[in-house]
Design a protein. Structure first.
Length: 100
């Protein structure tokens, strides 16, 4: 356990920082855009011209995150602990299932 906090503690903190409906909506868009852009960055050395897509998508994904947090009035948790990147992905799937 890195940082002395459990997965449950991290998820509780993440959920507490994402209660505003608009923050949730911006994350609903931003998280998959960031994941897709990451996958495209990995594939871009093998496909000519592909780098342009993630170069456009990544700032859009991050903008969605930052706009949502500006509306909620807090900072993204990933600035505190890198594990929140993965907690955020799990939270996104929970959000889709109506569990977040």
């Amino acid at each position: 356990m890195l940082g002395g906090r459990s997965h449950a503690e991290l998820m509780t903190q993440f959920r507490a920082a994402h209660r505003n409906i608009w923050n949730r909506r911006f994350h609903l868009v931003g998280i998959p855009v960031l994941l897709a852009s990451g996958a495209l960055w990995i594939a871009s050395p093998f496909v000519a011209g592909l780098w342009m897509w993630p170069a456009v998508m990544m700032p859009i994904g991050f903008a969605c995150q930052f706009i949502g947090h500006a509306i909620e009035g807090n900072r993204p948790e990933v600035f505190q602990d890198w594990r929140f990147f993965f907690i955020g992905i799990e939270w996104w799937f929970d959000l889709l299932r109506g569990r977040a």
